[in-house]
Design a protein around this ligand. Structure first.
Ligand SMILES: NC(=O)c1ccc[n+]([C@@H]2O[C@H](COP(=O)([O-])OP(=O)(O)OC[C@H]3O[C@@H](n4cnc5c(N)ncnc54)[C@H](OP(=O)(O)O)[C@@H]3O)[C@@H](O)[C@H]2O)c1
Length: 340
């Protein structure tokens, strides 16, 4: 382990030109993370380019040539095989790595953390996994219900923004929409079908059980974060033509009777949640209002018609580039500041 840098940790963002990497820069700045320096890394394609950041102009460095001995905390926001090839190099050099990809999430030796729920699981680990965005957005309200009423069954249906597929996903939505409105063929490259004026019930690869990997990630990761492998949960994930924010309709059968008004009150006092629930004034969560927010919006809280007093249904919107990626990662780093 490196000795502490008295001026604050030296930070590296890997994947700094991507959707998550850009948000990481904003979040570190907005939350006044006490860093002493920040360096930005991306692929060879971007290396040498100068970019405007909240920390002033910065030159992008090649992530593949990084010398980790000059970095105390590395935020990884690069997909594919890159994190597996590079995490050990970083941790061996004494660097703390917070990885946004799915690479280490199912490794029992790597903590998977939503700080409001299980910051304690970080322990002395130098490699920490950030959860999948869909998992992270549902996790805090579900945790509240788990602790107060018990979870007997959970069924989730999602409405996921194009930015969930990175910067390319957003560009594809704009390009297709323009083509469509100009009477041209919409075309598609990033998603399996055109996403403009459509929705696609297919995110990530289909698994042997006919669910997609995105759907199974929510099951595997919720269980790991809650430390309870028995939670009965299933999910249907759908891509929709919005830019940002994943929305989720969640149906829960509870162990104990649950009162919607009482749950609303508990959620109002819960860190990471903003209750937006006044149907008399048409107030409920929406992607437009949740965009750019650190909290997830929770609303449409109602007693379930199916499960009666033992059931609750609600709607959640969370900015997946923040709650489901950048702000969760920075909050993990904040929880580790005493080590940095
Ligand atoms: N988007 C989300 O909502 C979200 C949420 C949670 C987690 N994640 C995860 O976070 C990671 C990044 O996602 P993203 O959405 O930000 O992707 P993105 O917008 O496509 O950005 C990818 C970043 O990785 C860099 N990169 C790609 N290949 C590289 C290589 N071989 N070597 C070095 N750098 C390379 C890119 O650099 P260039 O610009 O130079 O190509 C870019 O900075 C992924 O693992 C993703 O699953 C994403």
């Amino acid at each position: 382990m490196k000795t502490k840098n008295k001026n604050g940790p030296r930070v590296g963002i890997f994947g700094a030109t991507g959707a998550v990497g850009k948000e990481l820069q904003k979040v570190l700045h907005d939350r006044k993370f006490p860093l002493s320096s920040i360096r930005l890394f991306a692929s060879e394609r971007s290396a040498g380019k100068t970019v405007e950041t909240p920390f002033g102009k910065k030159t992008i460095e090649n992530a593949n040539n990084a010398d980790y001995s000059g970095i105390d905390i590395a935020f990884f926001a690069i997909g594919g095989g890159w994190p597996k090839e590079n995490a050990k190099k970083a941790t061996d050099a004494g660097c703390i790595v917070i990885d946004n990809s799915s690479t280490f999430r199912y490794d029992d030796t790597v903590p998977l953390v939503v700080p409001e729920i299980n910051a304690g699981s970080i322990g002395s680990s130098r490699l920490i996994a950030n959860p999948n965005c869909t998992t992270a957005i549902a996790a805090i309200p579900l945790w509240v219900i788990y602790k107060n009423y018990g979870l007997k069954k959970v069924i989730i249906s999602t409405y996921q923004a194009t930015s969930g597929a990175g910067a390319e996903g957003m560009e594809e939505l704009v390009r297709e929409t323009r083509n469509y409105l100009e009477g041209k063929e919409a075309g598609h490259e990033v998603f399996q079908y055109p996403i403009a004026f459509n929705l696609i019930p297919h995110i990530d690869k289909f698994q042997d059980n006919d669910y997609t990997k995105e759907e199974m990630k929510v099951v595997w990761e919720t269980r790991k974060i809650f430390g309870d492998q028995k939670i009965p949960l299933s999910c249907t994930c759908v891509r929709i033509p919005t830019m940002r924010v994943h929305s989720e309709s969640i149906v829960v059968e509870t162990e104990k009777p649950v009162d919607p008004a009482e749950l609303r009150d508990i959620l109002r006092k819960t860190a990471g949640v903003t209750v937006k629930d006044d149907i008399t004034k048409n107030i409920y969560p929406m992607p437009l209002t949740a965009t750019g927010k650190y909290d997830v919006e929770v609303g449409r809280i109602r007693q379930s018609l199916i499960f009666g007093r033992h059931g609750i249904e609600f709607f959640v919107c969370g900015d997946q580039l923040l709650r489901g990626a950048a702000s969760n990662a920075v909050q993990i780093a904040e929880a580790m500041l005493s080590r940095l």
